[in-house]
Write a new protein. Structure first.
Length: 232
């Protein structure tokens, strides 16, 4: 277990160092996110701010699609150099490779969000710091959930000749359930009603627990079947 985690961290470190050398994916993510935020700010801002329901949805929709630029090519270098077979035969558990890519995707998205979230808050005219603990937890768990789904979708699409088509077909439906939970939690943070009961008796804590369960399910299921994605 410890050696598997060490291998995962080593893979993540290698990808992060490589990314900071070439900076292609992260630049594409920044550029798309900035264009999307500016476009939406002109389209929906009225009276200096965006309604909490709309702003919360737009925040995660932008993060969701921005993630495609980072998650889709996660296994691109392995696919182009033919090292997918090498990863499959390496003396490490297959889940280590998957977890390393998830860590990498999480860090990549986190770097973008550090700049993206304040820009959205200013241009959309709302703050997510009414409940800092819930806001941080929602963004962290949500980003990790998207990275877990995106990494598996990338692995499944790499062997295909139509990578650009297969990736969204896997990524979109799998990540949508978590995305809806993230939008609801963010709306609560923006409104500052952390103790509110939503809908049919759903509390904030229950929604966050469901989001955590979704993350654990994605990580567990993906890690358990990941060796099939590495198979030639």
């Amino acid at each position: 277990m410890t050696s598997g985690l060490s291998a995962a961290l080593a893979i993540a470190k290698k990808d992060i160092v490589t990314q900071f050398r070439k900076k292609f994916e992260i630049f594409s993510m920044f550029l798309f996110a900035l264009i999307a935020v500016i476009a939406f700010s002109f389209a929906v801002v009225s009276g200096g701010s965006v309604p909490a329901e709309v702003g919360s949805a737009l925040l995660w929709v932008i993060i969701f699609f921005t993630g495609m630029f980072g998650f889709a090519p996660i296994f691109l270098s392995e696919s182009e150099t033919g090292t997918l077979r090498g990863l499959a035969t390496a003396p490490i558990p297959a889940w280590s490779v998957y977890l390393g890519k998830v860590f990498y995707g999480f860090v990549l998205m986190g770097i973008v969000e550090v700049f993206l979230v304040p820009i959205i808050s200013v241009l959309f005219g709302f703050s997510i710091l009414n409940d800092p603990l819930l806001a941080f937890g929602t963004i962290a768990v949500g980003t990790l959930d998207l990275a877990a789904v995106g990494s598996m979708a990338s692995a499944l699409s790499m062997p295909s000749e139509s990578k650009s088509t297969v990736f969204p077909l896997v990524y979109f439906p799998t990540a949508t359930s978590g995305l809806m939970l993230l939008i609801e939690l963010t709306k609560i943070v923006v409104l500052g009603s952390g103790a509110v009961v939503i809908g049919a008796g759903l509390t904030v804590l229950l929604i966050f627990d469901i989001l955590l369960a979704h993350l654990i399910a994605m990580l567990t299921l993906s890690a358990s079947v990941f060796h099939f994605a590495l198979s030639p």
